[in-house]
Design a protein around this ligand. Structure first.
Ligand SMILES: Cc1cc2nc3c(=O)[nH]c(=O)nc-3n(C[C@H](O)[C@H](O)[C@H](O)COP(=O)(O)OP(=O)(O)OC[C@H]3O[C@@H](n4cnc5c(N)ncnc54)[C@H](O)[C@@H]3O)c2cc1C
Length: 392
């Protein structure tokens, strides 16, 4: 592994930074923790697309740019530093596109990949159900063949961005009798299909980010099945590694980190500079050490992908470490700010416009979304260390 960036990579980083600085100056978005999840702008995504920053690693044949995973990580790192509004294209760029490249037929590649790259469509991920989150083989939503269609019935939950998406990538049961692992399939479903109802779920921080989605006799054309029927579980195993591999697991509240360091440099408490408090100095230095380790983990995952390997335990290890760092950051910020750390955005007394309290509420979900910490540790134990699978 080469630890330095090439001249071309450094100039790509500068290009992205200049692009983002101009957008912030023009008031197109504000730099705020969790901003990339909360904000969503097709215009912004189209501007990124015109610079070649969506589908960066995908085949040229379908409009991709065949660049390296390190280049993609550089673009992502800058987007997250500024918390740019990348929500419109992010899930499709991160995991739906790669899934279509791996498992879709040529027609599906020609239909969906250029639209994702051009930011013409937004796609949400419909895996989780009320009784199937970590244990996805238990999904109960069914898709039953009927002539040229499948008829979908059931419910999805926690679908991030489902209320703004054009399509939902759905994991469903296509065989009611086969063993669980051999009975699932993946579909791309147009949200405008009759029979789909989307209801908001408001998170603890008061934000509408995810949804529950109900399917009642939803008629989906057969050509929307991605990959062979009943192979969905095996396809999914490769896709979740893309979901766990990115810098977004380290940098969701990055602006809080930067602003906290500046705040401490400029504030006094009881006549004493906060920057001289040994507890605070120690905490911030510890966080910086962890941040730099997390960054190396993320680039290691990007490097693994660039070697043509799908990172598995590496991605699990990376997400487990990075999301815990993020929780410790939110925790440290609220304790450094004392009682002011509990004030939410909008309060005139809240330092950093309430970013500490807001991130603290968001941070509970960091170790749940995309695979819980316990599940990731199981992967590291079994696939990383070769320990036997624990049976309860
Ligand atoms: C912010 C956020 C966004 C999300 N976005 C999406 C989305 O867009 N699309 C989507 O489909 N889903 C989404 N999810 C759902 C997410 O993937 C699930 O919440 C997650 O996989 C955990 O599943 P669960 O909530 O059913 O918990 P469960 O699986 O019921 O787990 C409950 C507890 O049991 C533990 N546990 C479970 N199994 C094991 C085991 N084998 N060993 C040890 N401990 C175990 C878990 O670690 C956890 O602590 C999102 C969740 C969050 C919080």
């Amino acid at each position: 592994m080469d630890f330095s960036f090439t001249k071309e990579q450094e100039s790509l980083r500068q290009e992205v930074r200049d692009f983002l600085e101009a957008k912030v100056r023009d008031g197109e978005f504000q730099v705020k923790s969790n901003g990339w999840v909360e904000s969503h702008s097709q215009k912004f995504s189209k501007d990124m697309s015109s610079r070649g920053w969506i589908g960066m690693t995908w085949p040229k044949e379908y409009g991709g740019h065949e660049r390296s995973y390190i280049d993609r990580a550089i673009v992502m790192e800058e987007m997250l530093t500024y918390q740019a509004p990348i929500g419109f294209h992010f899930l499709a760029d991160r995991q739906v596109g790669p899934a279509i490249i791996h498992f879709g037929n040529d027609e599906q590649k020609k239909t969906y990949l250029p639209k994702i790259i051009n930011a013409d469509i937004s796609i949400a991920i419909g895996l989780s159900e009320p009784n199937a989150g970590s244990d996805l083989v238990s999904v109960k939503t069914t898709a039953i063949e009927q002539g040229d269609f499948y008829i979908i019935n059931g419910q999805k939950v926690w679908t991030t961005g489902g209320h703004r998406a054009d399509y939902i990538w759905c994991l469903v049961r296509t065989d009611l009798n086969a063993p669980k692992h051999k009975a699932l399939s993946e579909f791309i479903v147009d949200v405008k299909t009759p029979g789909i109802t989307i209801r908001p779920i408001i998170n603890m921080a008061g934000i509408h980010s995810f949804n529950e989605i109900f399917f009642e006799d939803v008629k989906v054309p057969k050509e929307n099945l991605v990959g062979p029927k009943n192979r969905g579980f095996y396809q999914l195993m490769a896709q979740v590694d893309y979901e766990r591999a990115g810098l977004e697991r380290l940098m969701q509240n990055y602006p809080l980190f930067k602003n906290l360091v500046e705040y401490v440099k400029n504030e006094k408490r009881n006549g004493k500079a906060l920057s001289k408090d040994p507890f605070i100095r120690n905490k911030l230095a510890e966080l910086e050490v962890e941040y730099q380790i997390g960054r190396l983990f993320c680039y290691h995952v990007a490097w693994t992908l660039s070697q043509g390997r799908i990172p598995n335990y590496e991605a699990a290890l990376c997400k487990a470490f990075c999301t815990q760092f993020e929780q410790r950051l939110s925790d440290a910020a609220t304790s450094v700010l004392g009682l002011y750390g509990q004030l939410m955005p909008g309060s005139e007394y809240a330092p950093m416009d309430g970013d500490a309290a807001d991130s603290y509420l968001w941070s509970v979900s960091y170790t749940i979304q995309g695979g819980t910490l316990e599940v990731l540790k199981n992967i590291v134990a079994t696939r990383g260390l070769g320990l036997p699978v624990a049976k309860s």
